[in-house]
Design a protein around this ligand. Structure first.
Ligand code: NAP
Length: 267
């Protein structure tokens, strides 16, 4: 597995990371065919497969249902081999998202994430943007609190998972890391990635497979006419973009995870 530096943080991460929406949430998702929450045995097999493949990076969030709590149990005894990314600002309950980016909510969220993940610190926390906060003056209060959490040692690095180019660019001013969308049908954030590279910031990619639609040749996924390997073409496009640290691919399938590592030359 190829490893890359996460900007200038000093962390080094596997170029494929494991996205864990599907580990804990089956509502409000846009995957082809929806999502089925894996059993405990299936979840354990997925984490074992990730470790065997050399993946060191896991992305979760309070908004991913039981994902954090399940990871807490699954990673017990192997905490130090993983770089954990979680988020703040979004809650998903009863099929509905709620957003609160206030300092108090951010502090409470991180403390709860640490309890759920059964750890005393996470390597990275991202603002789980609703697309508005990233362009609003109030983001400075959110970031001030993340800096305090960093000073307390609960969070090593922080950043924002953004939805707009302006928000991505703005978040680079005060963040260590940005998470942006990049796939063959969604290239707007290339300008954010280029700027992040100039400033030596870490870059995570989300939705590299257009939330799975690229793999099944879905309309608008940018993979029509790519022939037999739309997954490989999509993942290589993201990873070969200068400045990208790691592509976080969501999957609940050990077979897909292995394929994703193989097509980028990892194993
Ligand atoms: P994605 O990685 O583009 O696609 C995931 C989908 O692709 C899943 O349905 C998965 O199904 C399928 N898939 C994966 N590998 C495959 C393969 N080799 N062959 C066929 N299908 C394959 O989309 P995403 O999950 O939306 O985004 C990735 C991660 O980014 C998320 O899990 C999350 O961690 C993060 N994210 C963050 C935000 C945010 O911060 N706002 C938003 C979206 C995503 P199987 O389970 O069947 O493999």
């Amino acid at each position: 597995m190829e490893m890359r530096p996460l900007g200038s943080t000093g962390l080094v991460v596997s170029v494929i990371g494991l996205g864990t929406v599907k580990l804990g949430r089956d509502q409000g998702v846009r995957y082809p065919g929806g999502a089925r929450i894996p059993s405990d045995d299936e979840a354990r097999e997925l984490i074992h497969a990730a470790a065997d493949l050399g993946i060191t990076l896991i992305d979760t969030a309070p908004a991913y249902g039981t994902s954090e709590a399940r990871l807490g149990a699954l990673l017990a005894g192997q905490r130090d081999r993983w770089t954990i990314v979680t988020k703040v600002g979004e809650e998903f309950e009863g099929g509905v998202s709620r957003f609160d980016f206030s300092a108090a909510a951010v502090r409470a969220s991180v403390e709860r994430s640490l309890a759920r993940l059964r750890t005393d610190r996470v390597e990275c926390v991202l603002i789980h943007s609703d697309g508005v906060i990233e362009n609003a003056p109030a983001i400075d209060d959110t970031i001030d609190e993340l800096e305090r959490l960093k000073a307390r040692g609960l969070v090593q690095y922080f950043g924002a998972s953004t939805k707009t180019v302006s928000g991505g660019l703005r978040s680079l001013d005060r963040c260590d890391v940005v998470m942006v969308t990049l796939n063959l049908a969604a290239k707007d954030d290339l300008s954010v990635i280029a700027e992040a590279r100039k400033r030596s910031k870490g870059v995570f990619i989300k939705k590299a497979l257009a939330s799975g639609h690229a793999a099944v040749g879905g309309a608008g996924a940018g993979t029509a006419g790519l022939g037999l390997d739309p997954v490989g073409a999509s993942l290589r496009f993201a990873l070969n973009t200068p400045g990208v640290s790691s592509v976080i691919v969501g999957t609940s399938s050990p077979t897909h995870l292995a394929e994703n590592c193989r097509v980028v030359g990892g194993v």
